[in-house]
Design a protein around this ligand. Structure first.
Ligand SMILES: C[S@@+](CC[C@H](N)C(=O)[O-])C[C@H]1O[C@@H](n2cnc3c(N)ncnc32)[C@H](O)[C@@H]1O
Length: 251
């Protein structure tokens, strides 16, 4: 099963240049953030290394950051300390969230950066979305970003090797994505991600992880959001674009 514990160590090599700092990451959501009241209560429920959560805290919001990976949660707590931007962190799978928070706690829930495909099949995805929906107040919004799996599946299994070195923390790395596309949409798919860091002395340190994922079509996602009591307010879905964002409000 997907753990992200190995990738947590090298995750900055996977974040795009434009979103590296907390402020930049949060700014990429400026449009939806403008819908929030001052001191809004927000949850990032797949926080990764915490750039978004810390960026939101830097804007004065009351932020909770959760993730299934212990190592990711630790990195988020460290980033929060480094930036002196208070974030409450907690290790929790999506389905465990209602055990920790009352229904209607949050004004906005974020599930961004290609996270939802890790939910196990349609049933796991609906359960995850159901948890997110429960935690939103009426009129609160879920902000979800996703790969366009229609495009990814059409390309089939393949290897993507970065055509430039990615430099982070003074170290260069080559990033490799190996896509294992199953015959049918509903089957388990895999993405193997490797970060090969080259140091000044010429030695190579590789961190890699095999991630499981269950892709979904945009239409399926839209129906599932509706099923858990969320109404799609806006969507950037375009079958020819690599990623999209959906904003859905709690009915
Ligand atoms: C591709 S990373 C995205 C991280 C971050 N949101 C970003 O945009 O950089 C996917 C994240 O989803 C988390 N995740 C995977 N399955 C999860 C689950 N069932 N519940 C909560 N988080 C999960 C992983 O641990 C990982 O941190």
């Amino acid at each position: 099963m997907t753990s992200y514990n190995a990738l947590a160590e090298v995750y900055e090599w996977l974040i795009s240049d434009a979103k590296l700092t907390p402020a930049e990451f949060a700014a990429s959501f400026d449009d939806v953030l403008s819908l929030l009241p001052p001191n809004a209560h927000v949850l990032d429920c797949s926080c990764g290394t915490g750039q978004l959560a810390v960026g939101l805290a830097g804007l004065g919001m009351q932020v909770v950051a959760t993730d299934a990976s212990e190592a990711m949660v630790r990195r988020t707590a460290e980033l929060s300390e480094e930036f002196r931007a208070p974030v409450r962190t907690l290790r929790a799978d999506w389905q465990e969230l209602p055990d920790h928070f009352d229904d209607g706690t949050f004004d906005m829930v974020f599930c961004v950066g290609n996270s939802l495909h890790h939910a196990v099949g349609a049933r796991g995805r609906v359960a995850a979305l159901e948890s997110m929906s429960r935690l939103l107040r009426r009129g609160g919004r879920l902000v979800l970003t996703s790969r366009t799996w229609e495009l990814v599946r059409a390309r089939g299994s393949r290897l993507d090797i970065s055509d430039r070195l990615v430099r982070r923390n003074g170290r260069n790395a080559v990033v490799v994505y190996r896509w294992e596309i199953a015959s049918h949409w509903e089957e388990e798919h895999h993405i193997e991600i490797a970060v090969a860091q080259v140091d000044a002395a010429g030695s190579v340190l590789v961190r890699s992880e095999l991630l499981s994922c269950w892709p979904y079509r945009y239409d399926e996602l839209a129906a599932e959001l509706h099923q858990v009591g969320l109404r799609t307010e806006s969507s950037t879905y375009n079958p020819e674009a690599e990623n999209y964002m959906v904003v859905a409000s709690k009915v």
